[in-house]
Design a protein around this ligand. Structure first.
Ligand SMILES: O=P(O)(O)OC[C@H]1O[C@H](O)[C@H](O)[C@@H](O)[C@@H]1O
Length: 284
């Protein structure tokens, strides 16, 4: 298999790399910082499998199909088909002034012919990569009835060592713990001492404090009622062929999402817009 097509952009404030396969952002490097996104050294980039790292777009369901309120049909895979579908590139810009680089992609799904998800929708992803990263996902119902849909920007943040990282902003929030299979309430900041897979019901900004890389990554969002925090730890990573030896320590996923209890009901004539903004600050 040949590698998927990629497009790169270099502007004064950042560089970025993206592919129409899944409308997947693979890299965002604001000037003066190492990549804010983690991409596995073993990521499969030939279009046969979802890409491990960057920002996969999970749509129209999240996680295992059996857990999803969207009730996908028989044979559905995890996290929906958007991340393994070719999206149409609508346009890209690489301005010479201080404006961000931009990319726009669209995916049309025809429900009439789909056993997996029998509802028609259009998804559009607009990415602006500069000193900040903005990703805007617009979901439009192209059908004649409302339907349930889940969405996640499954962002892999690059960190020095997940064992030293603190995630601020979720104190007091309810979450479903997919490792322990129970609901709980967050007390204080999130730290990592083992496999972590939590679906928070939260609309709040989250900050990832990374003492090893000496930076704070700020994740702001809108139109998103869920935040997923995930790291598979050594035991989970050992079951995944596309994570390199020891590399699980170099990322934490903080996902801007609308899933489970916060899944969306998409109505004809009422698009839903979900945005995620990433920014980086150097620690004192
Ligand atoms: O391996 P994938 O299908 O890409 O999923 C990777 C992970 O994604 C999310 O964070 C889920 O909450 C996890 O349960 C899942 O393991």
């Amino acid at each position: 298999m040949t590698d998927i097509a990629t497009l790169s952009a270099d502007v004064s404030t950042a560089s970025a790399l993206v592919t129409p396969f899944g409308a997947h952002l693979l890299s965002w490097r604001p000037a003066g910082h190492p990549d804010v996104l983690w991409l596995s050294s073993r990521a499969v980039l030939d279009g046969t499998k979802a890409i491990r790292g960057g920002i996969p777009v999970c749509l129209p369901w999240f996680g295992s199909p059996t857990d999803s309120p969207t009730r996908p049909g028989q044979g559905a895979g995890a996290h929906g088909f958007a991340r393994t579908s070719p999206w149409t590139l609508l346009g890209s810009t690489q301005p010479a002034n201080d404006a961000p680089a931009s990319f726009s992609f669209e995916l049309h799904h025809t429900g009439e012919t789909s056993a997996l998800y029998p509802h028609s929708f259009c998804a559009r992803l607009d990415i602006a990569a500069g000193a900040e990263l903005n990703a805007t996902l617009t979901l439009t119902n192209d059908d004649d009835h409302p339907f349930a849909i889940e969405a996640a920007l499954h962002t892999y943040l690059h960190v020095g060592d997940v064992k030293d990282v603190t995630v601020e902003g979720l104190d007091g929030e309810r979450y479903y713990d997919k490792v322990r299979e129970r609901y709980a309430t967050q007390t204080g900041d999130v730290t990592f001492i083992g496999p972590t897979d939590r679906v928070y019901t939260s609309t709040q900004q989250v900050q990832v404090v990374d003492p090893k890389l000496g930076r704070r990554i700020i994740v702001d969002k809108n139109g998103s009622g869920s935040t997923i925090v995930w790291n598979p730890w050594s035991q989970g990573a050992a079951t995944m062929s596309d994570i390199g030896e020891g590399e699980w320590q170099n990322f934490v996923c903080v996902e801007t999402a609308a899933v489970r209890e916060r899944a969306l009901t998409l109505w004809p004539g009422h698009p839903h817009i979900m945005t995620q903004t990433l920014a980086v600050e150097t620690l004192d």
